[in-house]
Design a protein around this ligand. Structure first.
Ligand code: SAM
Length: 247
């Protein structure tokens, strides 16, 4: 009987110890930790971050949708590029670049003295992307990078602007991935998140693939960036601009 009591006590102490070690190892603020206790919904991965269920990422089979001819009119992608106000010579990272819809267009703006890092987690997307870059004569300026779900794969402090168009809501590890992106920004660099407006029921996109500005700001508040502005000129998306804090 005594042996059983001792064993129970020991396992309790060890259990508590393990929980304590795990908490001490976790450098995320408590509110930024993942909740995997709920069920996955149809479009989500069953993992929640600040109460938001993370969406499944778009497979490379969806590349045709990204390149649809009506996209420019529907989303005013021309206006988005204008609002970014990229300069010749700028170093830009197109995270979750997909088929490269924005990569070659940004390459035309930053020119030969600039650079566009186009990252994705699917090699198939990068293969499609590089075919597009060659077709548009942008393959000398655009450099493909195969990242992981937690690491952008970008060199440290190397880029002026990071842009994610329709990507942030599908990051499997938003905390780690955002950390990694911010590490790749030069001091004072910009992090730009373009997301379908979750506040607007008229935007014809599945709910998990939209985000409200308030939710994005809440998630980014635990990162070393400062919210600068929300450009609200696009028909369907927010353009949310954050700036890297001084060290
Ligand atoms: C909806 S597509 C958007 C593609 C492109 N930004 C555009 O607007 O045309 C999202 C892309 O993000 C990629 N993605 C998802 N998680 C990623 C991550 N952690 N790092 C890099 N790419 C990621 C997916 O593989 C997919 O190609």
């Amino acid at each position: 009987m005594r042996a059983i009591t001792l064993a129970v006590r020991l396992s309790f102490v060890l259990g508590v110890g393990l929980v304590a070690i795990r908490a001490a190892d976790d450098d995320r603020p408590p509110e930024a930790r993942y909740d995997t206790s709920g069920k996955a919904t149809r479009d989500g991965i069953g993992k929640r971050y600040f109460g938001r269920e993370i969406a499944h990422f778009m497979g490379h089979q969806g590349a045709g949708w990204l390149e649809r001819p009506e996209r420019e009119q529907e989303e005013r992608t021309d206006l988005l590029l204008k609002e970014l106000a990229l300069r010749p010579g700028e170093h830009v990272a197109d995270i979750g670049a997909g088929s490269g819809y924005f990569s070659w267009r940004m390459a035309k703006i930053v020119g030969e003295t600039g650079r566009v890092y186009a990252t994705d987690i699917q090699q198939e997307m990068l293969d499609i992307l590089m075919r597009q870059m060659r077709k548009h004569g942008a393959d000398k300026i655009v450099q493909p990078i195969l990242g992981t779900v937690q690491d952008s794969g970008l060199p440290a402090a190397s880029v002026d602007t990071i842009i994610l168009v329709d990507v942030y809501h599908e990051l499997d590890f938003p905390y780690e991935m955002t950390r990694s992106m911010i590490a790749a920004l030069k001091p004072g660099g910009r992090l730009v998140l373009v997301e379908y407006r979750g506040e607007d029921p008229a935007v014809p996109i599945k709910p998990l693939h939209k985000m409200t500005a308030a939710q994005v700001k809440k998630e980014l508040a635990v990162q070393p960036v400062t919210f600068e502005r929300n450009i609200a000129t696009l028909p369907r998306q927010h353009i949310l601009i954050f700036r890297k804090n001084a060290p």
